[in-house]
Design a binder for this molecule. Structure first.
Ligand code: ADP
Ligand code: MG
Length: 261
């Protein structure tokens, strides 16, 4: 059975996109058939995977969502890009911001993306959605169609307040739109354990959440390599196979792969 995981946090720069790329490609390396969906008008996932001009693509996530809204025919495979490391990508671009405005006037506006994702479930073992840094309608759509949400949380910012708001939104979506939605876990990213500040944050996150929410034991270390891959269009496994961030992501992948397909 296909597992759909949304990577969400309304804070920008916490490692959502890097996590989405390396989770998607990592699962493909474990033999899973994977679709990555770029749900961010900035198209960061699309760019990170080597498609440098997402705004010039003829077909993207906004295209198929408009077709769904307008009751026009569409196919799961239309517009998909194929990455050399073995995943399919539904690209995202600036048209998603126009779509987000359009959605407010649409019937079933929270579940347009679910129609696409549910059709894609039949063709993939895992679907990874990279969300934009907001709790707007596109993120609600991503939560409404997912089985679980993975929350990257960088220790560079005091994350606790934003996390509470995000967890509240997830609870609301679960009650009103998607009773099966679970929290996969909080993933601490850009961790530099040499600093007391990082240790403090990690302790606080565990103190506040570990009894109700999975906080992954496996943390993603701060790594220059991780920051470089967006420009390379590859995963960490291809760019820096034995690096510490690469190993940390692979450990996360192994943990999640057990629950997939
Ligand atoms: P988001 O999608 O949440 O906005 P990104 O994945 O784009 O976050 O990451 C934000 C920035 O931090 C990017 O420049 C990225 O390359 C960098 N980055 C991500 N993960 C790491 C890491 N583990 N170590 C160092 N830099 C990272
Ligand atoms: Mg991003």
């Amino acid at each position: 059975m296909c597992k759909v995981i949304s990577i969400a946090n309304q804070k920008g720069g916490v490692g959502k996109t890097v996590t989405a790329v390396n989770l998607a490609i990592g699962l493909a390396r474990e033999g899973k058939k994977v679709l990555a969906i770029d749900n961010d008008p900035q198209g960061s996932l699309t760019v990170s995977l080597g498609y440098n001009e997402p705004d010039n693509l003829d077909y993207s996530l906004a295209t198929v969502m408009m077709k769904i809204i307008n009751d026009e025919p569409w196919d799961v495979q239309d517009g998909l890009l194929h990455h050399s490391e073995g995943i399919d990508i539904m690209p995202g671009n600036i048209e998603l911001s126009g779509l987000e405005i359009t959605l407010t006037g649409v019937l079933s506006r929270e579940t347009v993306l679910r129609e696409y994702v549910n059709a894609a479930r039949e063709q993939y073992d895992a679907i990874i959605l990279d969300c934009m840094p907001s709790l707007g309608m596109m993120t609600i759509n991503a939560l409404a169609c997912a089985d679980s949400v993975l929350i990257p949380c960088s220790v560079g910012y005091l994350p606790l307040k934003g996390l509470q708001q995000l967890i509240k939104t997830i609870g609301r979506v679960k009650r009103q739109l998607n009773p099966k939605l679970e929290i996969e876990g909080i993933l601490l990213t850009m961790v530099d354990t040499r600093t007391n500040y990082a240790k403090d944050i990690i302790e606080k996150v565990n103190e506040f959440y570990a009894d109700k929410i999975n906080v992954f034991k496996n943390q993603i270390p701060m790594s220059v390599r991780a920051a470089e891959i967006s420009a390379e269009g590859t995963s960490l496994y291809a760019y820096d196979p034995n690096g510490k961030a690469s190993n940390a992501y692979m450990a996360l992948v192994k943990e999640i792969a057990r629950k997939v397909g």
